[in-house]
Design a protein around this ligand. Structure first.
Ligand SMILES: [Zn+2]
Length: 325
């Protein structure tokens, strides 16, 4: 059996464009300038203007011409791959690696595998995470569905830091310096997680009401804040402090399992995730959970879904770098 990375679109630029076009334009090419879907022709490979580095010019593949507006375009226009000097096959390799590693892959490791500079690896992984971010979505749950909700604190522990690097205590006990994350997990279904500014009943309630179908049955632990968040839903709770973890069908094992993968990923693979970028990492972990093998999605299909998300999510170098790594 050949390695999956030996597939042509991971190495050959023309094959890579054909592969991506099939994902982004399942019904055929669309002009990004005027929106036309007919009178569009594929152009023969051309050469760019000669430069010092490429005196013969570089081959330019994947060009299409629209005969309505006379514009030329490629499938990458308006996507997270636009205006990048990284060859498309390398983007596809990166997407595959990121999508097939359950606990994620650090941008440094990605850079080493692809043989690119560290900042290029970081930039690529940030853009691909953006592609995995869900857009507008229908609510989770519904009649006969159960959603577990819980919060967790993600990030380095202050206890492990040198005394003069520790953040001051702000009356939040062991959680200072960690980022609160609130997750809703539908059993046998999808997850949605959120970096919330602060864990308050009102903050969590707004998330629950914006993202759950009103007929959903909601389970939480006995934490008053979390239980309050589902106050307008049918709900039940298990009291961990009283030693109760499972009562019949009532438990929060699914959401706790999600958090354990997230925490292992963040501490084991990424070591440190800045709060500005936490929402992108959450999108990545949510994506892999939602497109998982148990739901019939294999590694290759998962990459295709991530690539389908590149449309309309152009992230400029400035957008991704101004917050710092
Ligand atoms: Zn056009």
């Amino acid at each position: 059996m050949a390695s999956v990375l030996s597939l042509p679109y991971f190495h050959d630029e023309a094959a890579a464009f054909a592969f991506l076009e099939g994902i982004v334009w399942p019904k055929g090419p669309t002009c990004p300038k005027c929106g036309a879907v007919d009178r569009i022709n594929k152009l023969a490979p051309q050469r760019s203007k000669p430069s010092k580095k490429h005196p013969e010019g570089k081959p330019v593949l994947g060009l299409w011409k629209c005969y309505h507006c006379r514009g030329q375009f490629r499938v990458t226009v308006g996507t997270v791959f636009e205006a990048s000097h990284i060859p498309l096959p390398m983007w596809l390799q990166a997407a595959h690696l990121l999508c097939s590693s359950k606990k994620g892959i650090s941008s440094n490791q990605l850079a080493r595998i692809l043989g690119v500079q560290l900042n290029t690896g970081w930039f690529m992984s940030m853009r691909l995470r953006e592609a995995m971010r869900d857009g507008k979505l229908p609510p989770l749950g519904g009649e006969g569905k159960t959603v577990e909700i819980d919060e967790a604190y993600i990030g380095g522990s202050e206890r492990n830091k040198h005394a003069n690097k520790r953040l001051p205590k702000e009356g939040k006990g062991p959680y200072t310096g960690k980022a609160p994350v609130f997750a809703l997990v539908e059993r046998e279904g999808r997850v949605r997680s959120f970096h919330v500014p602060e864990v308050t009943g009102e903050n969590l309630r707004q998330v629950v009401e914006a993202h759950l179908d009103g007929k959903t049955l909601v389970y939480s632990d006995a934490n008053r804040t979390t239980h309050y968040a589902a106050k307008s839903f049918r709900r039940d709770k298990v009291d961990h402090t009283a030693g109760e973890y499972v009562r019949g069908d009532v438990h929060t094992n699914t959401v706790e399992g999600y958090f354990s993968i997230l925490k292992r990923g963040v501490t084991g693979t990424y070591h440190h995730v800045s709060q500005q970028h936490l929402h992108r990492y959450l999108a990545e972990f949510d994506f892999r959970h939602n497109e998982r093998v148990a739901l019939g999605v294999d590694d290759a299909a998962r990459s295709v879904k991530a690539l389908a998300g590149i449309v309309g999510k152009r992230l400029t170098y400035r957008d991704s770098s101004e917050a710092g790594a």
